[in-house]
Design a protein around this ligand. Structure first.
Ligand SMILES: Cc1ncc(COP(=O)(O)O)c(C=O)c1O
Length: 380
């Protein structure tokens, strides 16, 4: 039998091959200009990304983690404050809250969407709560109407963790414009990924945008004419600028993102139709009015570990996002949570499995993934 090639979870080399001439030319322009720090590509990308998210401002920063930290800091959230979020996410969501001196307060997820359950938020609010931080996990927007309503009723900020959801839509609006401020990651494997670390903060609030722009660059304020004073520091800031080379790459890739998102949605649709008959498998849902961008295609099953092993044996790489919820991680032990506190989160951690999905995944390989999943369940 002819040995089949391995199907990875994501294939960044395939994507680079498709856009190599454009990326190489963009890099060449930066290299020849030698404008490596705060070069023109940064502001150009920021404008394009703000337009893409349908917001007034996008501020490029060094990573998604920096975006979260600077957004919280820019809102004045710090010591003694609480921020309500989820434990079913990448650790950076809660790390950023800790790093500004605030306390993450974890609430459970809605098991059908894997995002913050708005019904549980109100009982987690205390006099110290300053913000709600939903995560648009796997590329599906959180239930933003209910979250925004609660936030408005209690005078709280809403900070979107949009690291996995570039271009996702919620009731006709784009992720990044659904709260007070949103935080994006351009980690290489993201739907819009740089070739290194990068991120952005988006907002419609001009003062917040200025503060975040200053915080990322050692507290230097940008004046109305766009100039920075080199040795005047208004705030105690950070070295968390968006690298110009990364901005140039992101500019190129942003132009392709709508097509890539269509391709992801098409693959998701094919998986959904083909796997619908598997009763032991729960497929990702997309509630009415939501348009996910399928950063990950996540199924769940009580047989997760056996299915994962079977797929590995058949040359198909899968992922688990995420196997240990944040409230049970040693890093957050000081918060005092225990097993059983967030039952839906804990069950998801035991059962979720991410299947390969990326725009360049061929129809043949999608079919191979489907065949292997079906054959696993047929043999049970
Ligand atoms: C949900 C979520 N939040 C935050 C981050 C942090 O982004 P970065 O890795 O760019 O710092 C990531 C990405 O890894 C993420 O998936």
């Amino acid at each position: 039998m002819q040995s089949l090639t391995r199907i990875p979870l994501v294939d960044l080399k395939a994507q680079y091959r498709c856009i190599k001439p454009e990326v190489d030319a963009a890099l060449q322009t930066v290299l020849e200009s030698a404008a490596f720090i705060n070069g023109p590509a940064v502001a150009e990308f920021e404008q394009a990304f703000a337009a893409f998210c349908q917001v007034r401002y996008a501020v490029g920063v060094a990573s998604g983690t920096a975006a979260l930290q600077l957004a919280l800091k820019g809102l004045g959230i710090g010591s003694g404050d609480e921020v309500i979020t989820v434990a079913h996410t990448f650790c950076a969501t809660a790390e950023a809250i800790e790093h500004v001196g605030a306390r993450p307060v974890f609430v459970d997820i809605d098991p059908s969407t894997y995002t913050l359950d708005p019904n549980l938020v109100e009982r987690a609010i205390t006099p110290r709560t300053r913000a709600i931080l939903p995560v648009h996990l796997y590329g599906l927007p959180a239930g933003m109407d209910a979250i925004n309503e609660i936030a408005a009723a209690h005078g709280l900020y809403v900070v979107e963790d949009a690291a996995q959801a570039h271009g996702a839509r919620y009731k006709g609006r784009t992720v990044g414009a659904l709260g007070h401020v949103a935080c994006f990651s351009f980690y290489p494997g993201k739907n819009l990924g740089a070739y290194g670390d990068a991120g952005a903060v988006t907002t419609n609030d001009p003062e917040l945008a200025l503060r975040v722009a200053a915080l990322r660059d050692h507290g230097r304020m940008i004046s109305a004419d766009g100039k920075r004073a080199k040795y005047e520091h208004e705030l105690v800031g950070y070295g968390e600028r968006l690298d110009t080379l990364q901005a140039a790459i992101l500019q190129v890739k942003l132009r392709h993102l709508p097509d890539w998102t269509c391709a992801r949605r098409q693959i998701a649709q094919t998986y959904r139709q083909a796997l619908a008959s598997c009763s032991a498998l729960t497929l990702p849902c997309e509630p009415e009015g939501y348009e996910g961008v399928y950063h990950l295609f996540v199924v769940r099953t009580p047989y997760r570990d056996a299915l994962r092993q079977y797929m590995r044996e058949h040359g198909i790489e899968t992922g688990v996002h995420y196997p240990i919820p944040l409230h049970l991680q040693r890093a957050f032990a000081h918060l005092g949570y225990k097993q059983g506190d967030l039952p839906c989160t804990e069950q998801a951690a035991r059962e979720v499995l991410s299947l390969p999905i990326y725009p360049e995944l061929s129809e043949g390989d999608v079919q191979r993934v489907i065949d292997i999943v079906l054959s696993f369940f047929a043999s049970r």
